[in-house]
Ligand binder design. Structure first.
Ligand code: HEC
Length: 295
């Protein structure tokens, strides 16, 4: 039996081929499939086991067949094995890259001076090192042309671009992290879940003074377009968070409610309460608030 490639090349190649194909064909969103679906990892481990098992079986078959060979055939077989191309190829590449002269040929490169028996070899620079040096030259030329002759991007542009990217990332983060809002950044929430949560907070904490329908009692009417402390999501958020004027009875709710909850209850007031007609409306207090007049 003649092996074309040794097992330590064959097994990894097949394994990573299967791995790559799975990653390519399984739609797993942003995460790699192996992390998104643990079953994939399990499957790959199984594949690896099977590959190793196949190798072991091949090896033992080879062994059994080897034992049945006559002695001279055994010898021939051993010889052909030791000459397998990957060793030859590996050794030759290694030799080419180091550029070493074997000891037997050192007399070709020995210099003719002799200091108390110490003699000098005129070795070549190791080719791996020389190739790297050439690579830096090529890189240098391309770099020079790109950035000094043809005006590539500058550090300033790179900076601007990264700042812009970061800005986008911050915006995206703020959208998911609702807890980060304050009176300056809050936006009216429209999600049904947020409004529902806002309603729950209103029912448990606010109805005592504002009434369930917002008509007002100790606190002012929240259904009309008159606001003492300013309408609009930002002002309402600020009022709930920091409280009303001293001595009026509206406490600063930031002690008890998280910013996200304040945003929810403020949004609930503005979308579900404001603009409705309550059973016993309290007389308007404050001024008509319009978005244009807002500071
Ligand atoms: C103890 C009674 C009381 C409770 C409880 C209360 N409020 Fe008030 N609220 C008031 C009073 C009184 C004012 C008027 C404050 C002022 O005049 O400065 C007010 C004002 C407001 C305003 C501003 C109205 C305007 O015209 O500018 C909003 C909005 C508001 N409350 C929302 C809430 C929310 C939301 C809750 C529940 C988390 C709540 N309040 C709980 C008494 C209360």
């Amino acid at each position: 039996m003649k092996n074309i490639t040794p097992w330590w090349i064959r097994v990894p190649i097949i394994f990573f081929l299967i791995f790559g194909l799975m990653e390519y064909f399984i739609d797993s969103g942003e995460q790699p499939a192996i992390i998104e679906y643990p079953i994939v990892a399990l499957f790959l481990v199984l594949v690896l086991f099977i590959l190793i098992a196949i190798e072991l079986i091949l090896k033992s078959v080879e062994n059994v067949m080897f034992q049945t060979l006559p002695p001279e055939a055994k010898e021939r077989y051993e010889l052909s094995k030791s000459k397998q191309w990957e060793w030859k190829w590996g050794k030759e590449t290694w030799k080419k890259l180091t550029g070493n002269k074997p000891i037997e040929e050192e007399n070709e490169i020995i210099l003719d001076h002799n200091y108390d028996g110490i003699r000098e070899l005129d070795n070549n620079l190791p080719p791996w090192w020389v190739y790297m040096f050439y690579a830096t030259i090529v890189f240098g030329i391309i770099y020079l042309a790109r950035f000094h002759v043809f005006d590539g991007y500058t550090q300033d542009m790179e900076y601007e671009q990264e700042v812009a990217e970061a800005q986008i990332a911050i915006e995206a983060y703020k959208k998911t992290a609702k807890g980060l809002v304050d009176a300056n950044t809050v936006e009216l929430l429209t999600d049904a879940t947020d409004i529902k949560a806002g309603e729950a907070i209103f029912t448990s904490s606010c109805v005592a003074c504002h009434m369930a329908d917002g008509g007002g009692g100790i606190g002012p009417n929240l259904t009309d377009e008159y606001w003492i402390l300013g309408g609009g999501i930002k002002n309402v958020f600020h009022t709930i968070s920091e409280g009303g004027r001293d001595g009026k009875g509206m406490i600063a709710w930031k002690q008890t409610l998280k910013p996200a909850q304040i945003a929810q209850v403020a949004s609930y007031i503005l979308t579900e309460i404001n603009g409705t007609t309550p059973a016993n409306p309290k007389a308007p207090e404050g001024d008509i608030w319009t978005a244009e007049a807002a500071p």
